[in-house]
Design a protein around this ligand. Sequence first.
Ligand code: PFF
Length: 459
Amino acid sequence: MKEVSKKGNHRNSERFSTGIGVLMATLGSAVGLGNIWKFPYLTGSNGGAAFLIVYIICTILVGFPILVAEHMLGRKGRGDAVSTFENVAPKSAWWVIGASGILAAFLIMAFYTEVAGWVFAYVFKSFGSGLLSTDPEVTSSIFASLVSNPVQSLIWQWIVLAVVGAIIMLGVAKGIEGTTKRLLPILALLLIIIGIRSITLPGAGQGLSFLFKPDFSKITAPVILTAMGLAFFKLSIGMGCMLTYGSYYSEDQNIPKNAARVVAADLTVSILAGIAIFPAVFSFGFEPAAGTQLLFITIPSVFASMPLGGVFMVAFFLLTAFAAIGAMISLVEVVVAFLVNRTKLGRKKSTLITVVSMAVVGSLAALSNSTMANVTVFGKTFFDLYDYVSSNILLPVGGLMIAIFATWVWGWPRFKEALSNNGALANEGVLKAVYNILKFVSPVLVAIILLTGLNIVHI
Ligand code: PFF
């Protein structure tokens, strides 16, 4: 639903009904393949514990304050990614952040839907017994046969997009709140069960050392950029997605507290996924730096070594699919909310146009392991390119701008007023700390990490 005020601004009039609804919906966007697939694969490829530490530092000093700022501006602006900036900063160019967010949503969806497609396919594969193996060669070849088949890759991606499109057409409240609320605690519980099995495997200690005992020699400027990119991607920030969520907040909800809970819960799920995967990687002789396939080749081996493994495996991939759907809903929402506000298309047509365009852009990523495996840009397949450009460039640049806008432009008096709910919350100390980090620390860190990680400046 939208209202167009007299000034012609587009304002969103939907609100989440309860505090827990907001928390769960926000988590529905944050928790997804980023935790279960991307976090373990990047940690594995970038040296383990030291990467984890850099990632956590980026989450606290960059991710958390920007998440707060996005929710704050989203609640003030009450619009889509672009009109929020037009509402809070009329007659300025800040809306460009929203526009770059829409581009980022496309690029992320292009590869995310492919990985989600692998998850969907694995739900079905889990019903057979073929996947249940502790032999790296067996699990790798099953994965390879899926991704090297162009027809299967495309069809699974389209199925994913069709499912997400259909959910969005049902509307914001039902679509977003309903699907994501109930399933996250079950996913966390399942990860704990898998983690317990994994750490009791013979030789599991090596995996735990890999995840928790840092070797800082592994840290280079590009590795730090990857960790920061993951922090942005994980919290769905730097691209207007969390602005859209902020627009659904009611005036009395405590934004900083909610954001802290989101960060803590999100980090917990990622670490649980790491504990489920790395001990098994070392116990069965997988390669921690296996890359994007890591989850798919190693997790079946944990299930193969536990009672009722087949049943747990179906549940695991199903819950992962749901978590991915929650995140994708929020990504598609960024584009759909914009189209609904800006055009006369209406919700259904906007959604349809969005998912069909995403299928077109995404097909290049879907074919990156088969037909288009040899087509590269800057040495990267389209799958890797979409991921790199969105996580490591667009989101950090967007986040940098949001941090600058919220502090240097928007300023302390309005920041304090908005986040203390007009003085109703006694949280000035916390706000002051978040504000100063957002003003002086986050932008400097993001700028340095971007410039060195992209090799523009050498330190
Ligand atoms: N945060 C999601 C994940 O970690 O899976 C991915 C994501 C969702 C990124 C929404 C960006 C976004 F706007």
